[in-house]
Design a protein around this ligand. Structure first.
Ligand code: AP5
Length: 222
């Protein structure tokens, strides 16, 4: 057990690469990946009441109400694995009310990563995105094609990954992003998310290594 595991938030517009970077971050740093969107899609797949309600909002690119999302995320953050290994919170908080609730529950991140990607790139990333339902891995028809024919034939597309729906999701993002950023200004690192996924990861990896070194040093001071 690490004495002081990392607590990281990652934010950015729809399809800015949050999920892709989280795959690379968890692989190297062993943090527990908690993605609000994935938790909501799991509720939909389970056919729960919360899932049915959430889908109505996700279909129109709006934020799912706090009464559904806040408890769901809090429970995962409180899980023994997150407490032990540290956490990587993806796509949460997305509003000042969510950020305030987190603070009240005592969840304070060490670093807030903001992925910055020009809007014209985002639409292309969304419409080309595919998911492997077996491994959960994220692909892109052009930028991250599946490794084998077998994987290619089983890939699925998200119901909100159309050009029309991503425009609505972008609008919601623009309405809320400033309020969230203002709460984490002091610990924000802005990352240029328009390069290749390895180029983007190199920037994040640099910031996380630095953070670990800083915390390691602090940890030795008794
Ligand atoms: P969510 O699932 O979080 O969707 P999102 O924020 O729109 O983000 P995405 O998952 O679309 O993109 P990503 O940034 O993870 O990109 P990815 O790595 O896949 O939320 C969905 C909905 O749930 C919301 O609209 C809302 O209704 C609801 N919701 C979620 N959180 C909520 C909250 N906190 N409160 C209330 N409601 C909430 O990459 C995209 C594509 O690009 C992939 O194909 C990938 O292969 C490719 N790609 C990635 N990086 C690169 C690169 N560097 N170069 C080339 N291609 C790349």
């Amino acid at each position: 057990r690490k004495a002081d595991p990392l607590r990281i938030m990652i934010s950015g517009a729809p399809a800015s690469g949050k999920g892709t970077q989280c795959e690379l971050i968890t692989k190297k740093y062993g943090l527990v990946h908690i993605a609000a969107g994935d938790l909501l899609r799991a509720e939909i797949a389970a056919g729960s009441e919360n899932g049915k309600k959430a889908k109505e909002y996700m279909d129109i690119g709006k934020l799912v109400p706090d009464e559904i999302v806040v408890t769901m995320v809090k429970e995962r953050l409180n899980g023994p694995d997150s407490q032990e290994k540290g956490w990587l919170l993806d796509g949460y908080p997305r509003s000042s009310s969510q950020a305030i609730a987190l603070k009240e529950f005592g969840f304070q991140p060490d670093l807030f990563i903001l992925l910055e990607v020009p809007e014209e790139i985002l639409v292309e990333r969304v419409v080309g995105r595919r998911l492997d339902p077996i491994t959960g891995k994220i692909y892109h028809l052009k930028y991250s094609p599946p490794e084998t024919e077998e994987i290619a034939t089983r890939l699925t597309q998200r119901f909100d990954d159309t050009e029309e729906k991503v425009k609505l999701r972008l609008q919601t993002h623009h309405q809320n992003v400033e309020a969230v950023l203002s709460m984490y200004k002091d610990i924000t690192v802005k990352v240029n998310g328009s390069g290749s996924k390895q180029e983007v990861f190199a920037q994040i990896d640099g910031a996380l290594t630095q953070l670990e070194q800083k915390q390691g040093k602090l940890g030795t001071v008794v």
